[in-house]
Design a protein around this ligand. Structure first.
Ligand code: ATP
Length: 235
């Protein structure tokens, strides 16, 4: 569904992605793990067109999207939940969710999708008239994921959904990510420092170091891999 081939991305002189190859198949959850500064966020931002690749090719459903602007990539069905969530703090929960659907005009389905996200995260229904910025960190992450779902994405890109959240909330959010994948058949590409949970929920994973992919396998095999255990699982 989504294929990155030999992707090179730069920030000025900084060579952040040094030729990465990565594939996300339809219906899969893929986790990309790695240390701080490895290039994980850059891999997501290059996929969504925010930081364009200098070399290489990105294909989505067989189409070359490498040079496409981010707004076109969103329209094609790839939606990113950015690191740090970036919800609209002064808009209410309901208004934030409306913003997620702004490219759509299928009113009946929008209502259905709204009901669906409120079922996934009942707390958002309780807080629908509250300003987004007054929600807790975990609730804001739920809102950011829900806002992305309101665009009915084919592929959901999640940048560090666990960042700064309490372990219990992180567990809850990952379970719901899995649920979305199973119920909606949404393909999911997660970038995470919480390697343990990210690999547990993933069908396959990739390990990244200094801008290159060093390892790829099923989530289960990576969890059992001695190098991964030492470097990323603290075992
Ligand atoms: P983290 O988990 O800490 O977010 P990461 O694996 O997501 O790390 P990136 O944020 O992709 O890593 O950063 C990869 C490299 O690119 C790092 O060396 C970083 O300093 C550099 N980098 C990232 N964003 C920029 C930027 N806007 N300008 C210059 N360099 C950047």
């Amino acid at each position: 569904m989504l294929k990155l081939s030999n992707i090179h991305t730069y920030y000025g002189n900084i060579h952040a992605l040094k030729g990465i190859d990565l594939e996300v198949k339809e219906g899969e959850i893929i986790s990309l793990i790695g240390a701080n500064g490895a290039g994980k966020s850059t891999a997501l931002m290059t996929t969504s067109g925010i930081v364009p690749a200098k070399r290489g090719r990105i294909e989505f459903k067989g189409l070359d999207i490498t040079a496409m602007p981010p707004e076109e990539i969103v329209k094609m069905g790839i939606c990113q939940v950015p690191e740090g969530r970036r919800i609209f703090p002064y808009l209410t929960v309901a208004e934030n969710l409306d913003m997620g659907a702004f490219l759509r005009n299928d009113t009946n389905n929008i209502t259905k999708d709204l009901d669906y996200v409120y079922t996934l995260f009942p707390i958002l229904a309780e807080r629908k008239n509250q300003a987004g910025g007054t929600l807790s960190g975990g609730e804001q992450q739920m809102l950011a994921i829900s806002r992305a779902l309101m665009s009915r994405p084919t592929v959901l890109l999640l940048d560090e959904p666990s960042l700064g959240l309490a372990p219990l909330i992180v567990k809850q959010i990952f379970s719901i990510i899995k649920k979305i994948n199973e119920e909606q058949n949404t393909t999911i590409f997660i970038v995470e420092q919480n390697a343990n949970l990210a690999l547990k929920k993933a069908h396959r994973g990739y390990v990244m170091e200094n801008g290159v992919i060093t390892l790829t396998d099923t989530g289960t095999n990576l969890l059992a891999n001695e190098d991964v255990k030492k470097a990323y699982l603290g075992i």
